[in-house]
Design a protein around this ligand. Structure first.
Ligand code: SF4
Length: 284
């Protein structure tokens, strides 16, 4: 038995929106006689998607892969156009979009209606950002961080002539959002700010930073394709040696040499059973 101390981030793991999506998907798989599909992975965690597959939930790459049955809308949301397309094809829809993401979509739509140019701080190709863009008539500007915000000035978009409304992808860090806001504040005639970063994400980020300060090593557990998990790794890395793993088997024992305290965290798409498995391996 190891004498190393393990400090687990209290809120690490599935958030409310992901739990809800999982429950709805599993309920559908049990009750529906027809095939149950998700468009793309239900959540960004390969191990959970594997489990869902075992329960009969099929991951379709596009609508062309679906002949009939039930389509589960992911927690990240879908653009309204895609929603209409799914409905018009006659598929039964199970709406597992997180209410917090819906709120961001509504705010983006509202900003455009009020005559604001909409700026989203987030990752261009993330499904959530695409779903937000889809709710806005016309163009939206997506910036990943301060460097891209600076480029907006260079591109001569003349933002200072415009009213700009700014929102964030729910999994952004407050630091990144603030930096972009600061740049645009100087550049715009009017700036309306909605901090749409999800509280669940913010809590995990803050707690992870606190734990990182107390330990010799930080393990971030979760899908390598999960944006919010990867961000936790980036946040903790400057503070203490940090590794991003999906499975306990990925722990390299040389990492633990001389390590007395280990911090454990995981993204909002990381199941608790996977976090427990990592803790078990460390204890053994
Ligand atoms: S991270 Fe927040 S916004 Fe995203 S699914 Fe979870 S609860 Fe919803």
């Amino acid at each position: 038995m190891s004498t190393r101390q393990i400090i687990k981030v209290k809120d690490a793991g599935f958030c409310f929106g992901v739990k809800r999506a999982m429950d709805l998907a599993l309920k559908s798989a049990k009750s529906e006689k027809n095939h149950v599909y998700t468009l793309g992975p239900l959540i960004h965690n390969p191990q959970v998607c594997e489990e869902l597959k075992k329960q009969g939930i099929i991951e379709a790459k596009s609508l062309n892969d679906i002949q009939s049955g039930v389509v589960i809308l992911r927690s990240h949301g879908v653009p309204p156009k895609l929603y209409q397309e799914i409905a018009s094809l006659g598929f039964k829809i199970v709406d597992a979009v997180c209410p917090s993401v819906k709120r961001v979509q509504e705010l983006a739509h509202q900003l455009k209606e009020e005559g604001y140019e909409v700026v989203v701080v987030g990752e261009k190709n993330h499904p959530e950002v695409m779903s937000i863009r889809g709710t806005v008539e016309g163009e939206t500007i997506v910036v990943e961080g301060p460097q891209e915000a600076e480029k907006l000035k260079l591109k001569g978009l003349k933002l200072h002539h415009r009213k700009v409304g700014i929102i964030a992808q729910t999994t952004q860090t407050i630091d990144n959002f603030k930096k972009v806001v600061e740049i645009l504040l100087d550049e715009t005639k009017e700036l309306k700010i909605y901090n749409t970063i999800c509280k669940a994400v913010e809590n995990i980020q803050n707690e992870s930073l606190e734990v990182a300060k107390q330990v010799d090593l930080m393990l971030v557990i979760g899908g390598k394709n999960s944006a919010n998990t990867t961000r936790l790794c980036k946040l903790c890395s400057p503070i203490t040696p940090t590794y991003h793993i999906e499975l306990p088997e990925e722990i390299d024992l040389t990492w633990l040499k001389g390590v007395k305290k280990i911090g454990i965290t995981g993204g909002t798409s990381t199941p608790h059973w996977l976090i427990d498995r990592v803790v078990d391996r460390l204890r053994r």
